[in-house]
Structure formats: C-alpha cells, structure tokens
Ligand binder design. Structure first.
Ligand code: ATR
Length: 275
C-alpha cells in the first residue's frame, strides 16, 4: 500500500486543536492522499522534534503556540509575509529537502473578513487592539488592503509603537493608548488581544464606532467573547468571531502543501455546529 504524505500540527498545549479535523475535511473534499495529526512538543524541544519529523519524510507542519518563533528560526527559506510577521505557522519541505517557512494567519483573516463576511477594507479606518505576536502577524496583509489608516492600541503602548515602526513604510499606521482613543471613530475594529482568555476586555472608550462599524475578534468559542458582547452593546453594524480565520489560514497552508485550494464555507459551517 502506498504511504500517505505526512503532516502535523506542533504545539503545547495541543489537545483541543481543530487543525487535524479541518485538514481531514479538506483532504476528503479534494481527494488528497495525506495524513495529518497533532503532536505535543515539549517546551525547548521544537527544533529537535521538527528535524526528526522532516528526517522521517514528513511533508509539512503547522505550528501553533508557543513555537511560531522557533519555527521562524528553523526555516531555511522564508516568505516575505513570514519575515514581516516575525513568525512562522506553516513549514513545507521543498523538493531539494530545504524547509520553507510561511505565515498564513494574516491572509487567513483578510480572506475571512473579505470573502466570507463581505466586509471591505479600502478607505476604511481600522483600529487593531493588542500588539503581541498575533497582531504582528496580521498587520502586513491588512496594510495591503489599502485602508485609509490603521491605529494600533495596546495596554503597553511602547509595544504598539515598536510594531508601528516595523510597518510604517507600508502605509498609514500609528500607535495609541486605549484611553486616547476617545473622540476617534473607526469603521473596522479588530481584537487581537488575549484579554478574552481571562474574560477581560481592553478598556475602550465609548462611541469610537462609525455608523456602519464592523467588529472582528480573532478569538472564537461556543459563546460570544467579551469583545463581541461589547461590540453588540455599542451597536456595531456587524460582529464576528475568528472561527473563519482559523479555517482560512488552514486552507492557505493546505494550498501551499498540495497546490489545491479547498472550499472553506462548508468546513466553517460544520465546525460552527460542533462548537
Ligand atoms: P499573542 O501571541 O496571542 O499575540 P502575546 O504576544 O502575549 O500573545 O500578546 C497578548 C496581547 O494581548 C498583548 O497585546 C497584551 O497587552 P500587553 O502588551 O499590554 O501585555 C494583550 N492583553 C492580554 N491581556 C489583556 C487584558 N486583560 N487587557 C488588555 N490587553 C490585554
């Protein structure tokens, strides 16, 4: 029997990862002969585990928390967007054995917002909440969509300023403290903080939304996040969680590995029902 091409997601923790289910759905839909599993890697052991995986003939990896920086260092060749993101979530073995590193998180979010939700970017005033790794991953692809401006607001404003310096040559982008947002208005607000994990919400002033403002949380769950509840209470025109982003970034990885773009809508719907 022919051996299936091997893929995996490396992380820690990894138990609740939905990636094996998503990639199994893509493989079935596109009739690809592949196997995808999840693997918990001990902290400090990423390079060793990845080397072993590829030496054993593995074809590609997804990388999740906390190893995206290790994967960035592990890759032999980096895509421009991975270099800009400073992190890698997808590794692929090339024909010559070298390891290619990419980052599909930002483009996954842009696709979800544009293709699935039908929201638009050109000319929009965007507010991004947070300045950690997750936000760094989305700023490059967001700036490519030609918004009027992006404001990055963070509890530790110095971190927002450091991010803005990295991206300032690519478009209109500035940093701001939460309390200084008062009096400004935004058309799209994206929550990239991990505040929801502890049931928190960044301290946002009231009335920072324009008449048809859309609010997007990069997190998801069975229930609306605190940010989504805040957005609804402030009369946002539309609100979404980041479940579609999860599926879209996976589809982009799948496409890098297999050269085929799977249909994401049925997979997002099924995943939504399983939450
Ligand atoms: P990730 O990889 O998910 O981006 P991270 O790099 O640890 O994780 O970044 C977490 C982000 O959430 C940061 O912007 C953090 O703000 P600080 O830089 O000030 O720490 C933000 N964050 C976490 N908990 C928060 C809270 N309760 N209120 C506001 N911001 C919060």
């Amino acid at each position: 029997m022919e051996k299936l091409d091997q893929y995996a997601v490396f992380g820690n923790p990894i138990k609740h990862s939905k990636s094996p289910w998503i990639h199994a759905a893509f493989a079935e839909q596109t009739a690809q002969q592949m196997h995808y599993r999840s693997h918990k890697v001990e902290l400090g052991r990423f390079a060793e585990a990845a080397r072993q995986f590829f030496d054993n003939g593995g074809a590609g990896l997804n990388i999740t928390v906390p190893f995206k920086l290790d994967a960035f260092e592990f890759a032999d060749v980096l895509s421009d967007r991975a270099r800009l993101a400073g992190a890698v979530n997808t590794l692929a073995r090339a024909e010559d054995g070298s390891i290619y590193g990419d980052n599909t998180d930002g483009v996954g979010m842009v696709r979800d917002i544009h293709d699935n939700l039908g929201w638009t970017f050109p000319g929009k005033r965007i507010l991004v909440l947070g300045a950690g790794g997750a936000v760094r991953g989305i700023l490059g692809p967001l700036l490519k969509q030609q918004p009027a401006s992006i404001v990055v607001a963070n509890r530790t404003v110095e971190k927002a300023q450091a991010l803005v310096e990295i991206f300032s040559a690519r478009g209109e982008i500035s940093a701001c403290a939460f309390e200084h947002l008062a009096g400004q208005q935004f058309d799209l607000i994206i929550n990239g903080t991990s505040a929801s994990l502890s049931g928190d919400l960044p301290p946002l002033p009231r009335q920072i939304m324009s008449a048809e403002a859309c609010c997007y949380d990069m997190m998801y769950g069975a229930d609306p996040t605190p940010f989504m509840r805040w957005a609804a209470s402030e009369m946002a025109w539309a609100v979404s969680d980041g479940l579609g982003m999860l599926v879209e970034q996976a589809a982009e990885s799948f496409c890098i590995w297999r050269g085929i773009r799977p249909e994401t809508k049925p997979v997002i719907e099924q995943l939504r029902h399983s939450l």
